[in-house]
Design a protein around this ligand. Sequence first.
Ligand code: SF4
Ligand code: SF4
Length: 277
Amino acid sequence: MLTATIFDIQRGSYVDGPGIRTTVFFKGCNLKCKWCHNPEGISKGIQKLFYKDKCVGCGKCARICPYNQKDCTLCGKCVLYCPSYALEICGAEYTISELFEIIIKDKSYYESSNGGVTFSGGECMLQIDFLTEILKICKKANINTAVDTAGNVPYEYFEKIIPYTDTFLYDIKCISEDLHEKFTGVSNATIISNLKKLSKSFKGKIVVRIPLIGGFNDEDSEIFKIKDFMLQINVSNVEVLPYHKMGLHKYEALNMQSAEFYTPNKEIIDSFKKLNK
Ligand code: SF4
Ligand code: SF4
């Protein structure tokens, strides 16, 4: 049976496309952006998080674990017994019908707000067969659909889902290939080429989302390249997502290395608004 690994489902979201939406976060990404505020979405596998600052040292997790906390099977027993919410299992398998049952619950909100469902991640397009099927079912139920992607997948994946997608939220991190590779671990050649193709053939909306990260893409020369590229392609809207530190605590909980960045100044952020006039 077709399943997807999903790490979060946010109902009542206002930030991932038009109106009130349900946003579904697929686990697994083929970029490793150093500023990622959802680091739990990078690995495809289910993971256990440990928030050291919440732990009161009661020892219940050790006593309850059938494996003495060695060779963890991610059974989740310790999470249930932890009195201070210091432990979390991140990620679960969903079938198409299990996920659709959650999405359809808010159909009246979607209708009253011109909202719908957004598939995000991680990179939702890496689980393309599941994504295609759930999009088809949502469209059949007259639910507006959006796909939030970093675009680093074969263009054929876009061709599969275009008929069932109303909006693409498409991330562009920077234009310089070497800079992209240094901060995300991959070249942006496929990402740029896919967006160019998509902007020529897709009849729905494309919203380009640019994370503005101080210490990564806030140099004048890079900002010029991003704006220049945006002026060359045909998209509905450009949104900037200024850096914030809200995901930093998750790096420690996942035993991952975090990197320090800063929020670029307001002038830089505001200058992108002109691209929408
Ligand atoms: S998730 Fe299960 S196996 Fe893993 S440490 Fe907790 S109780 Fe032990
Ligand atoms: S059960 Fe929770 S609070 Fe108690 S030691 Fe384990 S992680 Fe810490």
